[in-house]
Write a protein that binds this ligand. Structure first.
Ligand code: BES
Ligand code: ZN
Length: 858
């Protein structure tokens, strides 16, 4: 067997670099011709150069105008090797490709009759022969030819420099002045409408902003445009970074494997991450659009102007950009709420990854398939590592470090090491021990104990990280523990002479202690703002937890204390907690005004997945039953208070601002409790909400609650929702997802039927995610059905998808990373089905994930 492991230690620059890349596309659905002229310059001593190429039909090849004889090149195993090259030369190739047969959606493909591309990480090699690696930076000139009637719009990166027509064909020539790696290349050709606007940079330069979508979606682009302008202003204000071209384009496409892609000057977006309208999009959808628009915009500097040397450094651009996006959203929404939402995501997705067979360091040392490293660890944990540097240095020094990084490495392909060196320089401190966060996998556990005697309060912290695959021993981390100490009234006490009420305790050893002279034993408020991605253990009393939820000034600490209470009530089945929880909920509701969003987060019971994330073994059915019982008890005890959260039908009022989104969040949580309590008249109330709502947020809430509860009128509402969804694919996705997530055993049969539905499409990633993705990731009750029927259905679906779209199939597969923590009969069933899946034909990507999933636990 060939060992196709890629190792960080084997990194070496390419033999030649490509200073200029000139491409001419003759677009044709099944036979697009790509002509490439690469200006090559030798970088070392070798005269042999390797060019990646996947699925290309080579028509001609020449060097400096001379066609190569058969013995002068070799194309096999996705690699073109050319020897005897001069120090400087031009490689000229002509290839053909078939975009209409491309269901993998990598490289050049078609979506609803338009051409588009996705090149990250290794898609460019499906377009032309090229050293498809991020450290080869090249200037691109791109000419697109196509039938004018069908494809009136021809787009590529950079600036339009010339256009013309010949017969029924027309052409456009684009030039990108900024050297870029091939993964940032993009072209689009189609018949699209455009929302145009402009932005004036801090230096007074006008930038044309253009968002393209199908004509019927034009009314859904305003929010994305506003978010884009806000992102541009934020990066100027906070990082001092302005946009660098005269044109910024965003194109919405229906068929897209991911959320969006930051191609230079020409972002390509999944429609789900750019279209937003009150009739079709929920509040969470609006917030997602803002975040993704921001994220891809911020990449223009963190990723595009300064890029990655190799794919091991992926988190250099993704972790940093997620952090920038998070801070942007904190600034434009309620910061504490946004922080809690980000932590929720980290704990629900990354913590389980760190405990399972797919655990890997943020900076891995080897990989088989880079597509499988676009994980919660690379993104969300990567962002936390950048955030910790911000915590350790403080905002001002951190921003100086970022400025140094962008100035020093502008136009280069660099490493995480380079980033940290800038932070060390700006912070005037060493981050050598800190680097362990990048190279060690696993979630550190911090156990905190305390004592109080003779006026001295002592906190002792011990850190421990369990082994992960390939890493049996872990050295201690530097952990910024942001903390306060609260007195009996919940007020912070002074921690030093200067009277500071909060500090960042920098822990570096396995065990450390600190003492304070205090008049009484305080309650510690720990890991404020979630200052480090650790699992923290301190043995709080119920009274202390209640007090933290009520009084702490840190949103994260309040939320975490509430989670502990719910956890004890549900996981430990501590029914004595119902009473204090009811009292707490009553008080939170009484004080909700003006902080509805945070209140909603504090009152929302953790999902079954969140409850199970840290359990071993995990019994999802028991968790679901107990969670429902707690919701019913808390619901019944406070019916009038929950009802008071239900909003009056107020037609003119829809807007997506912090206050109104918060009120709808709280209404949703209240309706969940009332539904669990089977409150009188609730089914009719949900029907009224569905009929009278002027927005998708409330309609989707009503439908989900009534359908999941199978309340009176549920079938009729689902039918009405179907009719309403017919002209709107993104709404139809929701219609599918609502059914795929109903937590009941017979959902398995329903999902089987949905996969046969006339509106189901295996070639649409959004539709597949809405059904198989939601079922596998957000319906543990049905997925883990005791007879294994959920596994069987899901594995069949993954196998079928893998033939069409390996990247999607591999991503779906990675969601069962909790496999080792399932109780024994279920684990065996799932393993059986996965093994069966492995006996069939599988793509390299899916095989890579499956092998790791089934590897014996370390
Ligand atoms: N560069 C990525 C897109 C990407 C992801 C390319 C995976 C290749 C493989 C882009 O910047 C990104 O991270 N998109 C995210 C959304 C973002 C808001 C976290 C996505 O597509 O999910
Ligand atoms: Zn990104």
């Amino acid at each position: 067997m060939t060992d196709d492991l890629v190792r960080l230690e084997d990194y070496a620059p390419a033999a030649y670099t490509v200073t200029h890349t000139d491409l001419v596309f003759h677009l044709h659905p099944s036979a697009t011709q790509v002509e490439a002229r690469l200006q090559l310059v030798r970088q070392g001593s070798s005269d042999t150069m390797q060019f990646n190429g996947v699925g290309l039909t080579l028509k001609s090849i020449a060097v400096d105008g001379k066609p190569l004889a058969a013995e002068q090149y070799h194309y096999a195993d996705d690699m073109l090797v050319v020897s005897g090259l001069p120090e400087r030369c031009e490689l000229h190739t002509v290839v053909t490709i078939d975009p209409s047969a491309n269901t993998a959606l990598e490289g050049l493909y078609m979506s609803n009759g338009m051409y588009c591309t996705q090149c990250e990480a290794e898609g460019f090699r499906r377009i032309t022969f090229f050293p498809d690696r991020p450290d080869v930076l090249s200037r691109y000139t791109v000419t697109l030819w196509a039938e004018q009637a069908a494809y009136p719009l021809l787009l590529a990166n950079g600036n339009l420099v010339a256009e013309g027509k010949e017969g029924t064909q027309h052409w456009a020539k684009w030039e990108d002045p900024y050297p870029k790696p091939s993964y940032l290349f993009a072209v689009v050709a189609g018949d699209l409408a455009c929302l145009a606007s402009s932005y004036t940079t801090a230096e007074g330069r006008d930038v044309a902003l253009k968002i393209y979508a199908e004509e019927r979606d034009l009314p859904k682009l305003e929010h994305a445009m506003a978010s884009l302008k806000a992102s541009m202003a934020w990066d100027e204000k906070v990082y001092g970074l302005s946009y660098d071209l005269d044109l910024y384009m965003v194109v919405a496409v229906s068929h897209f494997n991911l959320g969006a892609m930051e191609n230079k000057g020409l972002n390509i977006f999944n429609t789900a991450c750019v279209l937003a309208h009150q009739d079709t999009t929920t509040d969470q959808g609006f917030q997602r659009v803002e975040a993704v628009i921001g994220h891809e915009y911020f990449h223009n500097w963190s990723g595009n102007r300064v890029t990655c040397r190799d794919w091991f450094q992926l988190s250099l651009k993704e972790g940093f950009t997620v952090f920038r996006e998070q801070r942007f959203c904190e600034d434009s929404n309620d910061a504490a709420v946004k922080r809690v939402e980000d932590v929720k995501l980290l704990k629900a997705t990354q913590f389980p990854e760190d405990q399972g067979p797919l655990a890997h360091p943020v900076l891995p040392s080897s990989y088989r398939d880079i597509d499988n490293f676009y994980t919660a660890t690379t993104y969300e944990k990567g962002a936390e590592l950048v955030r910790m540097q911000w915590e350790l240095l403080g905002e001002e020094a951190f921003l100086r470090g970022a400025d140094l990084f962008f100035t020093r490495f502008d136009g280069q392909a660099v490493t995480v090491e380079d980033f940290i060196a800038c932070m060390e320089e700006a912070g005037g401190r060493s981050l050598q021990q800190f680097k362990r966060w990048y190279t060690q996998a696993g979630t550190p556990h911090l156990t905190v104990t305390d004592s109080y005697a003779e006026g001295v309060y002592t906190l002792t912290v011990t850190q421990h990280t369990a082994p992960t695959p390939g890493q049996p021993h872990k050295a201690p981390y530097v952990i910024p523990l942001r903390m306060a100490l609260l007195d009996g009234n919940g007020a912070p006490v002074a921690l030093d002479e200067a009277g500071s009420e909060e500090c960042v305790w920098e822990i570096t050893e396995g065990t450390e202690s600190r003492s304070w002279a205090l008049a009484e034993k305080p309650t510690p408020s720990l890991l404020r703002r979630f200052s480090a991605p650790v699992a923290l253990h301190y043995d709080y009393s119920v009274a202390q937890l209640v007090a933290l939820v009520q009084n702490d000034t840190d949103g994260y600490v309040r939320w975490e204390a509430a989670q502990q209470l719910y956890h004890r009530a549900i996981v430990d089945n501590d029914t004595a907690l119902v009473e204090p929880l009811v009292a707490l909920a009553q008080q939170l509701l009484a004080e909700a005004k003006g902080q509805e969003a945070l209140t909603a987060l504090l009152l929302q019971l953790p999902s079954v997945n969140e409850l199970g994330a840290a359990l071993n073994p995990v019994d999802y059915h028991a968790l679901h039953a107990r969670r429902q019982a707690l919701a019913a008890a808390m619901g019944k005890a406070l019916v009038p208070a929950w009802q008071a959260c239900v909003l009056p039908a107020d037609k003119a009022a829809y807007a997506v601002d912090v206050a109104r989104v918060g009120r709808r969040d709280l209404q949703r949580v209240a309706l969940q409790y009332l539904t669990a309590a089977e409150a009188e008249g609730l089914d009719a109330q949900l029907q009224r909400l569905y009929e009278q709502a002027d927005n998708m947020t409330e309609r989707a809430d009503a439908l989900r609650l009534l359908w999941h509860q199978q309340g009176v009128g549920a079938e009729a509402m689902l039918a009405a929702a179907y009719t309403a969804a017919l002209p709107e694919p993104l709404v139809m996705d929701m219609w599918f997802a609502v059914q795929a997530t109903r937590p009941a055993a017979d959902t398995v049969e329903q999902v089987a039927a949905l996969l046969q539905h006339e509106q189901f499409e295996w070639t649409s990633p959004n539709r597949v995610r809405a059904v198989l993705g939601q079922f596998g990731q957000h319906n543990p009750v049905a997925f883990h059905r005791e007879d294994g029927a959920g596994y069987a259905l899901w594995c069949e679906g993954v196998a079928r998808l893998d033939v069409l779209n390996p990247q999607m199939a591999a991503r779906l597969l990675s969601a069962v990373m909790g496999i080792q923590r399932l109780p024994s009969p279920q684990r065996q069933l799932l393993v059986q089905h996965l093994e069966q899946l492995g006996q069939g034909k599988l793509s390299k990507q899916s095989r890579d994930v499956l092998t790791q999933l089934l590897a014996p636990a370390a």
